[in-house]
Design a protein. Structure first.
Length: 267
């Protein structure tokens, strides 16, 4: 596999090429930000934000999709700088659920997938196969909380898993904080049935203090609010104690690849 190179950089000895699917601009930062902050320099990561066109902000003071989308991409760029070199950013520029389906923000958790959403699943699958087919590992959301956009990306990942991609499912923060660990386990059983194979828990011990992760999340000023921060802290305290851990669920066929990547890191 050809080694990827960051724009403007000299050739670097990246050993692994990882793609992380983010339904929205902040989802990878929320769910895997500490891992990215402390990952090994040999790990090249491309964050692919799927539903990057939006007019949603924490304070709802701006309604223009053009302005908010541009703001979000700027926040993504700030996060990329904060976690260090070796992270690239891409956007699929699909409309998020409130724009795509013309529904209220809260309704995104109660709608079933429509034919429009199935088209979105197909778009994600085709894009990943064409643009990122050589990746060593693909991270995707579990869709805890049943957000429509997260379900779309999860279903795309399930299809890619069935086609031979090595896929890892991350717990969606902040939604994961709303579930007990036993409730998450029940969700995992359902996800494993959809995947057609068992899933194994992998706890990534990052060594990152919660305040450091909160500082990373401050890159997303238009999206973070006190409730989200509180849920991030609650999840961290429940799962990691003094330092942040980030939990992923791994199909058995993907486990050797993840173990190899984590073994090579300095975490």
């Amino acid at each position: 596999m050809a080694q990827p190179k960051m724009p403007g950089e000299k050739e670097r000895p990246f050993l692994f090429n990882v793609v992380m699917l983010s339904p929205h601009s902040d989802d990878i930062a929320l769910s895997l930000g500490a891992f990215l902050r402390r990952r090994d320099s040999a790990l090249y990561v491309r964050i692919v934000t799927v539903f990057s066109v939006t007019n949603n902000t924490a304070d709802d003071l701006i309604s223009s999709p053009y302005i908010v989308t541009s703001m979000r991409k700027g926040e993504d760029a700030s996060f990329g700088v904060a976690v260090g070199p070796g992270v690239a950013l891409s956007w699929l520029d699909r409309e998020d659920a409130p724009l795509r389906l013309q529904i209220h923000d809260e309704a995104v958790f109660s709608f079933d997938l429509s034919y429009l959403d199935l088209n979105e699943v197909r778009h994600v699958v085709d894009k990943v196969k064409v643009e990122y087919g050589s990746c060593d590992l693909l991270f995707a959301p579990m869709a805890l909380g049943q957000h429509i956009d997260h379900l779309v990306v999860r279903n795309a990942a399930l299809e890619l898993l069935s086609e031979g991609f090595a896929v890892v499912f991350y717990e969606d923060i902040p939604y994961a904080a709303d579930f007990s660990l036993s409730e998450i386990d029940e969700h995992v059983v359902q996800l494993g049935a959809l995947a057609g194979q068992g899933l194994e828990l992998c706890i990534i011990e990052t060594g990152v203090a919660i305040e450091e992760k909160i500082a990373l999340l401050s890159c997303y000023r238009s999206q973070m609010d006190s409730r989200t921060e509180s849920r991030v802290r609650s999840y961290a305290e429940r799962c990691g104690g003094n330092s942040v851990v980030e939990r992923v669920w791994v199909p058995k066929l993907s486990l050797p690849k993840l173990q190899c990547i984590l073994k090579s890191s300095t975490l």
